[in-house]
Every structure is written in C-alpha cells, then in structure tokens.
Write a new protein. Structure first.
Length: 122
C-alpha cells in the first residue's frame, strides 16, 4: 500500500521484512466539502519515495518512478527518504501548532496578512 506517515513501518516491517518496504510521503492539499467529498486544493499533488537504505537508483525505485511518470504523477526518487519524512513532519507540527494557537483552519489564517506572515514565519 501507499501510506503517508511514520507509524506504519513497524507493522509493515514485521509483516513483509524491512528490506521489502520503501519509504515515502506525499504532498497534497485537500479537504472535504459539506457532502463529505474530497476536494483537491491548490498545488498539484506529489509523491516522494525511496529505499530506506538510501538507494534512489534501485530497480524497484526506478520502476515505481517510471509508473508514476507514465501516470502523470509528480514524483521524486529520494536518496534521503527518512530526512524528507522528518522535514515534512516538522512542518506539519508547526502548522498544527499555528491552527491551535489561532483556533482556525489554515485557510482562514492565511486569508489575513498577519496570519499569512505567521505561517510564512514558521
């Protein structure tokens, strides 16, 4: 499966073996509308993936990259997937702190000049 996050690795490693599990993350801005349907917002979605050992040129990484390219999916094969994941996690924790502090969703925060400055400062 393609999963986003960090907590699932222990279960996947135990079930399939760590050598068979790629690392990955995605970037997508989405929300649900009042009917529960998913709305994709803003920038195109992208996926970053790689061997957890750091080999961005392995046959399976290259095969997955080719499949993404054929499907028109923006993608990056990373040699530092763990670092990429922690950078994203750090960004999301700062963003979550801002939404708690401001008691508003990101869209409402960035709709004001001061809110946008706060988010950009993070």
């Amino acid at each position: 499966p393609i999963l986003n996050g960090l907590r699932h690795y222990a279960a996947l490693d135990e079930r399939f073996g760590a050598a068979r599990v790629l690392g990955g993350l995605c970037f997508i801005s989405a929300t649900k509308d009042e009917h529960g349907e998913i709305l994709h917002l803003g920038n195109p979605a992208a996926i970053t993936f790689g061997e957890r050992s750091g080999d961005a040129h392995s046959a399976r990484v290259q095969a997955f990259a080719a499949a993404c390219a054929q499907a028109g999916i923006t993608h990056v094969a990373s040699e530092q997937i763990a670092q990429e994941q922690w950078i994203k996690y750090s960004f999301l924790t700062a963003l979550a702190a801002a939404t708690c502090l401001m008691r508003a969703p990101v869209g409402a925060i960035v709709a004001t000049d001061d809110g946008r400055a706060l988010i950009n400062g993070l």
